[in-house]
Design a binder for this molecule. Structure first.
Ligand SMILES: N[C@@H](CCC(=O)N[C@@H](CS)C(=O)NCC(=O)O)C(=O)O
Length: 206
């Protein structure tokens, strides 16, 4: 049985949404990331050497990081069709968007929150504004959308959609109708609704 190490109101929501999309059984282990003692769980530390959620234990396979977890799960359950197969040309764009979150959106968010002066050429993630416009372009146009891979919802939408939702929640999403509509579409996914309901159910006391 898969164990998901998770904490409400964190990036672990991505892994939970993914598991809910797959519809597979999993055990939920809540790690209160504010409590150092809660992290001293050998299964958790084995999967997540940095002590970060989400992390996953699937028997002999253990790993952390939401992008790695979503890639792992999508490939483990090919019959659920949340990732194009390796011989599908869409696989290339799928991989691009899976990596766009940790490689571009996350550092661009840090740029914004930490007031790092943008330097599009030197910074590997480009800059925040370009990150937004590249995402907008991917969804804008008659031959584009409703999902990043066109008609096909995939794990890339779990990663990018949940992260775009964070941008909106943290009030750093610029006024973008295209991205707002995309987030709203993501929010209508029953699996995302279930993941967000678990967030609310287990909300940690402030
Ligand atoms: N790149 C990681 C980031 C995970 C991460 O930073 N998780 C935060 C919560 S949102 C965490 O566990 N923080 C606790 C800590 O670092 O001690 C991912 O996408 O999974």
């Amino acid at each position: 049985m898969i164990t998901l190490y998770w904490c409400p109101q964190t990036r672990a929501a991505r892994a939970m949404w993914m598991l809910e999309e797959l519809g597979v059984d999993y055990d939920l282990k809540i790690i209160d990331i504010r409590d150092e003692k809660a992290k001293v769980d050998s299964g958790f530390l084995q999967a997540s050497p940095m002590g970060k959620v989400p992390a996953l234990n699937d028997g002999e396979a253990v790993l952390a990081d939401s992008a790695a977890i979503c890639l792992y799960l999508a490939d483990k359950y090919p019959e659920k069709a949340l990732a194009p197969s390796v011989d599908d040309p869409l696989r290339a764009q799928y991989l691009y968007w899976m990596v766009y979150v940790p490689g571009v959106i996350e550092p661009a968010m840090a740029e914004k929150f930490s007031n790092i002066p943008p330097n599009k050429v030197s910074h590997g993630w480009g800059d925040f504004d370009t990150m937004i416009s590249v995402l907008e372009n991917a969804l804008d146009g008659e031959d584009k959308g409703p999902w990043l891979l066109g008609d096909k919802f995939s794990a890339a939408d779990v990663m990018v959609g949940s992260t775009a939702n964070f941008l909106r929640m943290f009030n750093i999403l610029p006024d973008s109708q295209i991205i707002n509509d995309y987030i709203d579409r993501c929010l209508t996914r029953p699996a995302f609704e279930r993941a967000l309901a678990k967030d609310a159910e287990h909300a940690l006391p402030s």
